[in-house]
Design a protein around this ligand. Structure first.
Ligand SMILES: CC(C)(COP(=O)(O)OP(=O)(O)OC[C@H]1O[C@@H](n2cnc3c(N)ncnc32)[C@H](O)[C@@H]1OP(=O)(O)O)[C@@H](O)C(=O)NCCC(=O)NCCS
Length: 175
């Protein structure tokens, strides 16, 4: 695989000019989503889908992530952060529904780059449409460890759900 110069990388909204057919990250459901569903989701505004490309091959997707609005019942807000929230019946949040990097380009920092962009984008849009935290439901322990290494907090229950409260993001990001 040729070296990728990080100054040529760009994260942009997924569009019809991006090549969907050959994406493989090693998890079939994430490949299948990108190949068959992502375009429709963008069209219907069900998910925001963002892709990482190399400007020398701008139609080839290195990785992608999705974002959508969600809400948690107050009782489902993790205890570790519940004290920060008013007792509204529903608490707004942003779900990082999917995140994947081409299998042949994993472990080079592209996942962390995509996740940092997702966090930045979610944080910026939370000042327009409120969102109290980012949520991710990791697909495996290994994926959960990846999110943890990138600032997300694992819940004290045995689930693979991790969160990143918006109020703690300002400290993580130089915006
Ligand atoms: C999870 C996933 C998105 C991470 O993407 P990635 O590009 O491999 O992630 P990164 O390179 O940023 O970080 C992964 C590891 O590579 C290491 N790494 C980063 N850059 C590196 C480099 N230049 N050289 C060696 N290792 C490096 C990181 O330290 C990290 O190590 P860790 O696994 O011990 O924590 C990717 O593995 C993937 O697509 N997996 C399949 C789909 C999936 O499980 N998605 C998550 C759904 S919840």
């Amino acid at each position: 695989m040729p070296e990728i110069d990080s100054s040529r990388l760009k994260i942009e909204p997924f569009g019809s000019h991006h090549n969907r057919g050959s994406f493989t990250c090693g998890v079939e459901s994430l490949d299948c989503y990108f190949k068959t569903q992502a375009k429709q989701d963008v069209k219907r505004k069900i998910n925001g889908v963002f892709v990482l490309v190399d400007l020398h091959a701008p139609t080839e997707v290195i990785g992608y992530y999705t974002l959508c609005a969600t809400a948690l019942a107050h009782g489902d807000v993790p205890l570790i952060i519940r004290k920060h929230f008013p007792r509204y019946p529903l608490v707004s949040a942003t779900l990082v529904g999917r995140l994947a990097v081409l299998e042949c380009l994993q472990k080079r920092g592209f996942g962390a780059l995509l996740l940092a962009d997702a966090v930045k984008r979610a944080y910026a849009s939370a000042s327009v449409i409120g969102s109290s935290m980012l949520i991710v439901d990791a697909l495996s322990d290994k994926a959960a460890a990846f999110y943890e290494a990138n600032g997300f907090v694992r819940l004290p229950d045995a689930s693979l759900r991790l969160i990143l409260p918006m109020h703690s993001i300002a400290n993580l990001l130089v915006l």
